[in-house]
Design a protein around this ligand. Structure first.
Ligand code: PDD
Length: 292
């Protein structure tokens, strides 16, 4: 089956879809993006993803920003054309196309918009049931990690380095010894009191949409959630560690480098939250496409 992509006003065959070599996304990583999970044909938390996308554009001072409602019409069409039931929707908005110059182009330069969608979602059953390993790495990203910029080179280097060390993801550490997040997911731990701990929002991490959803689900289930900075030492002595993200859902971590977490098996809290998150996905309906 052919895949389709939306590029600047047109739905095109995925393999033939193109952007200009003068696109600022290509030359300066001057663009922002979102990855939205599609579960049973419905988008997961589309509304907060769109709010974050708008915020990313505003933080980068994009002059012309497309309307959320228009983007959602395109998004639905891209998912439909690609017949995706369980997969992801990718949206990228760049500042626009202009002759190469570090300075922003004229305000009349429109943004460029690309959307794609493909099947395949979530971790494998084996990863979810057995838990994954992390490799501890220095966080080498820029200082505005709250902006979902396409400038992902440091994230890609970290993920590859983690893989080369036999791990699934990176546990990124700031120079002060505190844990930030993974290369493409947020990190949580369960402390000795059984409370959930995750780094507070700020410029050091991305405000994960799954993170926010899991905070709500956890609080609803009676867990105590502490948004608190934590050190590598606290992470290694935690009862449990898990990741949250659009493509990982809630994924237990059983080892960081050579240190075994808890008893080396996915803990009860992470497992419970994974089931609660999956139940939330099963409950989505057509209203998930509404963003206003
Ligand atoms: N990444 N932190 C980082 C650095 C991320 O790149 C992501 C998601 C997350 C989790 O955010 P959310 O729950 O909103 O997916 C945290 C996406 C999936 C990606 O870049 O492919």
């Amino acid at each position: 089956m052919s895949r389709f992509a939306y590029v600047n006003g047109r739905y095109e065959c995925h393999t033939q879809a193109m952007v200009s070599i003068d696109d600022r996304g290509y030359q300066f990583a001057d663009g922002v993006y979102e990855v939205v999970a599609i579960s049973n044909g419905y988008p997961v938390d589309l509304a907060p993803h769109m709010v974050r996308l708008e915020r990313s554009m505003a933080e980068l001072h994009f002059a012309a920003t497309p309307y959320k409602s228009a983007l959602c019409v395109i998004a639905k069409q891209v998912v439909r054309l690609n017949r995706v039931r369980n997969g992801i929707l990718y949206m990228q908005i760049n500042r626009g196309t202009a002759s190469r110059n570090h300075l922003f182009p004229s305000e009349k330069t429109g943004p460029s918009i690309v959307m794609t969608s493909r099947s395949g979602l979530g971790p494998t059953e084996v990863q979810a049931e057995q838990g994954v390993h992390l490799a501890m790495l220095e966080d080498q990203r820029w200082s505005r990690r709250d902006i979902k910029s396409v400038g992902l080179l440091a994230n890609a280097l970290a993920k590859q380095k983690a893989k080369d060390k036999g791990a699934f993801e990176a546990l990124l550490v700031n120079p002060d010894g505190t844990v930030t997040e993974a290369s493409a997911a947020n990190i949580w731990l369960v402390d000795e009191e059984g409370a959930l701990v995750t780094r507070p929002l700020g410029t050091d991490i991305l405000a994960g949409i799954t993170r926010a959803r899991v905070i709500a689900l956890a609080q609803e289930a009676g867990y105590i959630v502490k948004e608190k900075v934590f050190t590598v030492g606290e992470a290694l002595s935690a009862l449990e560690i898990f990741l949250t993200g659009t493509t990982t859902f809630v994924l237990p971590v059983v080892q960081v480098d050579d240190a075994v977490i808890g008893n080396g098996h996915p803990g009860e809290v992470g497992r419970d939250l994974r089931y609660r998150y999956r139940a939330f996905l099963e409950d989505l309906g057509p209203e998930s496409w509404h963003v206003d």
